[in-house]
Write a protein that binds this ligand. Sequence first.
Ligand SMILES: Nc1ncnc2c1ncn2[C@@H]1O[C@H](COP(=O)(O)OP(=O)(O)OP(=O)(O)O)[C@@H](O)[C@H]1O
Ligand SMILES: [Mg+2]
Length: 243
Amino acid sequence: MITFDNVHKSFGAHEVLKGINAEIAKGQVVCLIGPSGSGKSTLLRCVNGLETYQRGRISIDGTVVDAASPQVHAICTRVSMVFQRFNLFPHRTALENVMEGPLYVLKENRNQVRERATALLNRVGLADKTNAYPASLSGGQQQRVAIARALAMRPQAILFDEPTSALDPETVGEVLQVMRALADENMTMLVVTHEIQFAREVSDSVLFLDGGRIVEQGPAKELLRHPKHERTRDFLHRVMHPV
Ligand SMILES: Nc1ncnc2c1ncn2[C@@H]1O[C@H](COP(=O)(O)OP(=O)(O)OP(=O)(O)O)[C@@H](O)[C@H]1O
Ligand SMILES: [Mg+2]
């Protein structure tokens, strides 16, 4: 579904991605872990065209993501993104936030969009919050609205960039639960996260990124339990035993 083939990306002289090779099959959940500054967000942003890359190739379902291509916009609406800080429109209600993309980007019928958006909010457990504004919602609730908004675009895959790391500890679980349900429904997901337990239980495979390179990749249970590389071991130790 998503293929990275020798992807290189620089900001000026600073090479941030140094030849990424990876594959995410349809219906798979892949967790991307790695230290701060290793290039995780940049890699995600290259997938949905928020960033350009200089060398190699990223393709989604066989179509190359190329910022210079006139198709890039259409391709990028096939993958939704969920951000660490929700990025909801503050002056729109939960329902309006979910309706925005289908209405103005996909240009779907308003009544149908409203019906689907209501069903999606119901699906993420927010049936009673359709008319609430983001400021009146908890972080966990806002993130669930953001997931409903991502789903409203009928994506072929969803990219998550540290979806729980801006949340109060007590609301992390409700967001992970929604993500777990999506995984059970075979949504293709690429998730940047420090939630190692989630990665172990939900993901099919894990990519460990360090210094712009994938140092190690493999089945989640295997890689997280028996990391082969010292850098992976160090990183996992630090994440699981924060000082
Ligand atoms: N727009 C930009 N312009 C210049 N440099 C950038 C830009 N965005 C990211 N970088 C640099 O690219 C490198 C990778 O950043 P990126 O945000 O992808 O890391 P990350 O792995 O997501 O880190 P974190 O865990 O802190 O979110 C960093 O050195 C960062 O400073
Ligand atoms: Mg990041």
